[in-house]
Ligand binder design. Structure first.
Ligand code: NAD
Length: 258
């Protein structure tokens, strides 16, 4: 039987929930009936989202934390799993673009910040989510990768390195936990209209549209719907998969505008 609350009774958490794609995932999880734990280093943004969700009757717990800090993310996941009485779904969306520019011109330490958030943050979050899910008898994790986790792009070398690492972590963790009932997948979004893209394009996100076969930016809700499909029982035999949500970008060998 179809229901408009297919995730009713499920405990879910989202990192990077205060903005963009993570925020859209949190809203959709709540709309579909899940109880949601929200993690972000932006405590004010979390409070705004919490009020919005509660006003719509959703059950929500917030936990401000920096995902790159080992103690902070360990505490956040265990406190959320306790508050939500288990953990069945986790979406790891916290991420930063880091320094952009030709590799030959970047500072020596430019890799540290994007690696700390995008790679260590995903590793640490997954480590604790997997432990909590194994206690709950299984679950599903979805990481935010990128089209730059599959291909390179001038000026995005360090970001691409972190997203290739996310793809590797996702596939390995999927294999390690497949028999234990924890499915682990990733979404590879193309350019999505969020504050990150605004920053990465110097305030002019529309200028990348000519590179996108569908000739438009994606919306955070479109990524959230794909992530929630991967997290749902509809994707029950899917693990270790990288699902592109990119208006056709990964499919094209070269940009051939009309
Ligand atoms: N927007 C795009 O075009 C695009 C494309 C591909 C992949 N992605 C990925 O999707 C994810 C979400 O990106 P977005 O576009 O929604 O960005 P965004 O900047 O709108 O949101 C990112 C959120 O992560 C939080 N965050 C950053 N560092 C953190 C940390 N150390 N600890 C906790 N929270 C932290 C921020 O506070 C923010 O709320 C990222 O992993 C990004 O790399 C985005």
């Amino acid at each position: 039987m179809q229901t408009d609350k297919p995730l009713s009774g499920q405990a879910a958490m989202v990192t990077g929930a205060a903005s963009g794609i993570g925020r859209a995932c949190a809203l959709l999880l709540a709309q579909r009936g899940a109880t949601v734990g929200l993690v972000d280093r932006d405590a004010d943004g979390l409070e705004i989202l919490e009020s919005e969700l509660r006003a719509n009757g959703a059950l929500t717990v917030i936990r401000p934390a920096d995902v790159s800090n080992p103690e902070a993310i360990a505490d956040a996941v265990s406190e959320l799993a306790q508050a939500l009485t288990g953990l069945e779904i986790a979406i790891n969306a916290a991420g930063i673009e880091g320094s952009l520019g030709p590799l030959a011109e970047l500072e020596d330490d430019a890799l540290e910040a994007p690696f700390a958030v995008n790679v260590r943050g995903v590793f640490l979050a997954m480590k604790h989510e997997i432990r909590a899910m194994r206690k709950s008898g299984g679950g599903a994790i979805v990481n935010m990768c990128s089209i730059y986790g599959v291909n390179g792009q001038p000026r995005f070398g360090l970001y691409a390195a972190t997203k290739h690492a996310v793809a590797g972590l996702t596939k390995t963790a999927a294999l390690e936990n497949a028999a234990a009932g924890v499915r682990i997948n990733a979404v590879a979004p193309g350019p999505i209209a969020t504050p990150l893209l605004e920053r990465a394009t110097g305030g002019d996100p529309e200028r990348v549209v000519r590179n996108i076969p569908m000739r438009r930016l994606g919306q955070p809700e479109e990524v959230a719907r794909a992530a929630l499909w991967l997290a749902s029982s509809e994707a029950g035999f899917v693990t270790g998969h990288l699902l592109s949500v990119d208006g056709g970008m990964i499919a094209q060998a070269a940009n051939t505008p009309d």
